[in-house]
Design a protein around this ligand. Structure first.
Ligand code: DC
Length: 669
């Protein structure tokens, strides 16, 4: 997951290959709660692992459910609706489904059995309305207190004492703000239909019906068959009991699929379509209808039972006018597709956007405009006309995962502008690996993926600096010294003499290296520490002087140049391997400073050393690196010289990041 302050997406050209979707959020959170409330144990496969499911799992644990996780399988022991804990403080982050459904269930259980629970979330959750649900529950006798503002979380459910529930009259709920209120009632009231039918009536319009269809489908899997009379009256038959289905498999998330369906429509070639696995025509999620909307805009899509293949059909895309009530979440993706369409796209009936993770109508309008689009927005609609010329923009994500994900599609713009996504980690709400998944199927524009090189003499601190810069930008990191050190280690282990250029080059070609975060593996073995040994470094300095060895290691080093970008450290990164790099740093420090640093480093590892001989060794190595005939150590002509003798690591990192920012086209707004 990218935990950086921002992520710059380089201009992208094409997409193709296969992605596997994370589990559906809507299904995961419904199944978790139903599993917790039902009788028996539910073994859930492919549950979504994200912020929203984590808060639901924590809530179940706080209520005394036993939960075990084994890789991608989660076992939930149901409570059968009997409260195992009478009091708990339940934090549900910004998960709308969780807050609405847990509130309904706990309000009923706390009132009937005697309990006291608080429900709270992040500050935005405390601005998201829940009054319609409270208004439906209070007439049943539920004790619900809004502790800060009437109609909004935080809530206090129950007063500790048991009270009878009045379930004889139909329970009335409004359906025009969020369908999650009805979902919450349907799931919770299944626990109460012992002696009589329980009837729920929807007042006024019911929005987002497909989400209610998911709820009814899942209730049926848990043994409760709700009678649905034209989406206005729902009857839970007398004697209904939530019973675990035993095993449950969560299908892929249809809303998450929308980004890849759009990606295929924008950037995949018909000969090599983008394949999306984990969802298809058999899906119970309403957002699967996004595929039809994308087709209307020009996508070429084939829908099989559990996969979708998409490629570019009509291009540019066609603008559409669409009532999006049935696909409120995925419709945001249409708004970004509209940037690639001829004409004006009009998305209507989307008032629910205003009460989601953020006010999505306002947010989408503001960010689309930043890219250069013409946007008109109203209470329940948005109209988008593609930009004449795209502008580079830093996209605010408002802690809203869907804004981050749908705007990533802006990187295919014809003006080859990079797109900056601020706070990219917000995708963790439903799709923690979204960007990694995206990057695995895209081809960048030629010369579009940025490179920063950090060259300099041994012990100048370039490795520390380069890896910190890479981390701050979310870029790949190449420690090129490590590939020479690995060659040296392979030579030591195989007894290859340091003057046998041919055999050393063969060793270099065959190196089986794998780089993990902060770790290096050679032939499957962790060699991170071994590679740092002084004798390995000294031999690397000799081995690296051979032209054939350098040539053999070139392809391996070039392979690090991948989306979203690269920071490479070494001796010849800016001069030989990546001469076209976008920013070149040449880092130096006096020999005395470097010897002192190395001395302290060795002491901290419990290795004794002599500072004078360390300095002599450093100077000898500098001389060798600088005077060798191939790729001698020297600053590139266009390098920025940075002497860090008197700088802290942090100050050096700030200096490089600032130099980088000066070259970027973004002005944060
Ligand atoms: O940066 P380091 O100490 O890990 O590098 C080990 C040796 O590898 C160094 O003495 C010179 C060589 N090297 C090189 O020749 N070219 C590079 N790009 C990186 C390292």
């Amino acid at each position: 997951m990218f935990k950086t302050r921002f992520l710059d997406l380089p201009p992208l050209l094409a997409a193709g290959g296969t992605v596997r979707l994370p589990g559906s959020k809507s299904i995961s959170n419904r199944v978790l709660l139903l599993a917790g409330l039902s009788r028996g144990t539910t073994v859930i496969h492919d549950l979504l692992e994200s912020d929203d499911t984590r808060v639901m799992l924590d809530a179940l644990a706080a209520l005394g459910c036993r939960i075990e996780r084994d890789g991608r399988v989660v076992r939930v022991e149901g409570t059968g609706g009997a409260l195992a804990a009478r009091e708990a403080d339940i934090f549900l982050g910004n998960s709308g489904t969780s807050v609405r459904t847990v509130t309904a269930a706990l309000a009923l259980l706390a009132t009937a059995q005697g309990g006291r629970f608080t429900i709270r979330g992040v500050p935005r959750m405390h601005e998201r309305p829940i009054g319609d649900l409270i208004d439906a529950l209070r007439p049943l006798g539920c004790r619900i207190e809004c502790t800060v503002k009437e109609g909004y979380p935080p809530l206090l459910l129950g007063d500790g004492a048991p009270h009878a529930l009045n379930l004889s009259a139909p329970i009335r709920v409004r359906g025009n703000v969020s369908s999650q209120f009805l979902t919450g009632l349907l799931q919770a009231l299944c626990l109460t239909a012992h002696a009589q039918d329980v009837v729920i009536e929807v007042i006024g319009e019911l929005i987002s019906r497909p989400y209610i269809a998911i709820t009814l489908n899942l209730l049926a899997r848990f043994g409760v068959h709700v009678r649905n009379e034209d989406w206005t009256r729902f009857t839970i038959p007398c004697d209904s009991r939530l019973t675990s289905p035993g095993k449950f498999h969560v299908e892929g998330d249809a809303s998450s699929a929308s980004y890849f369906v759009a990606l295929g429509a924008i950037a995949a070639n018909a000969e090599a379509p983008l394949r999306i696995e984990g969802i298809g025509s058999a899906s119970v999620q309403g957002d699967i209808d996004f595929v039809a909307a994308a087709q209307a805009m020009g996508a070429n899509a084939v829908l099989a039972k559990d996969w979708i293949e998409v490629s570019r059909g009509t291009w540019p895309l066609r603008a559409v006018a669409l009532d999006c009530n049935h696909i409120p979440d995925a419709a945001m993706t249409l708004a970004v597709m509209a940037l690639y369409a001829t004409g004006t796209t009009r998305l209507t009936n989307i008032a629910s956007w205003r009460v989601k993770e953020t006010d999505r109508i306002a947010a989408m309008a503001a960010e689309l405009r930043k890219l250069g689009a013409e946007v008109v927005d109203g209470d329940d609609f948005i109209e988008i006309t593609a930009p004449g010329k795209w502008k580079p923009a830093a996209i605010h994500t408002y802690d809203d995962h869907r804004i981050a994900m749908c705007f990533s599609l802006g990187a295919f713009n014809p003006n080859q502008q990079a797109v900056r996504i601020l706070d990219p980690q917000c995708v963790a709400k439903t799709f923690p690996d979204y960007f990694e998944t995206l990057f695995s199927v895209v081809t960048p524009q030629e010369h579009g993926v940025p490179i920063i090189t950090v060259d300099g003499p041994t012990a100048s601190g370039k490795g520390t600096l380069a890896s910190a810069v890479a981390q701050a930008l979310g870029y790949h990191f190449l420690d090129s010294g490590a590939v020479y050190r690995a060659t040296a280690l392979a030579a030591m282990r195989s007894g290859t003499p340091p003057d046998d250029e041919q055999r050393l080059a063969q060793l270099a070609t065959k190196l089986d290296l794998r780089f993990g975060p902060g770790q290096i593996f050679m032939s499957g073995q962790d060699v991170t520490e071994t590679l740092r040994l002084e004798e390995v470094g000294a031999l690397a300095s000799k081995v690296s002087a051979w032209p054939l060895v350098r040539a053999a290691l070139r392809t391996l080093q070039l392979s690090f140049h991948r989306v979203p970008g690269l920071v490479a450290d070494g001796r010849d990164m800016g001069t030989v391997i990546f001469p076209g790099a976008d920013l070149k740093i040449f880092l130096t420090a006096s020999a005395a400073t470097r010897a002192d640093r190395r001395h302290k480093q060795l002491i901290s590892k419990g290795i004794s050393s002599n500072i004078d001989s360390l300095r002599a060794e450093l100077e000898a190595r500098d001389a060798r690196d600088q005077t060798r005939s191939v790729s001698p150590l020297k600053p590139a002509v266009d390098a920025m010289l940075l002497d860090n003798s008197a700088l802290t690591v942090e100050a050096s990192v700030v200096a490089v990041l600032q130099a980088w920012e000066d070259r970027r086209p973004f002005k944060e707004t």
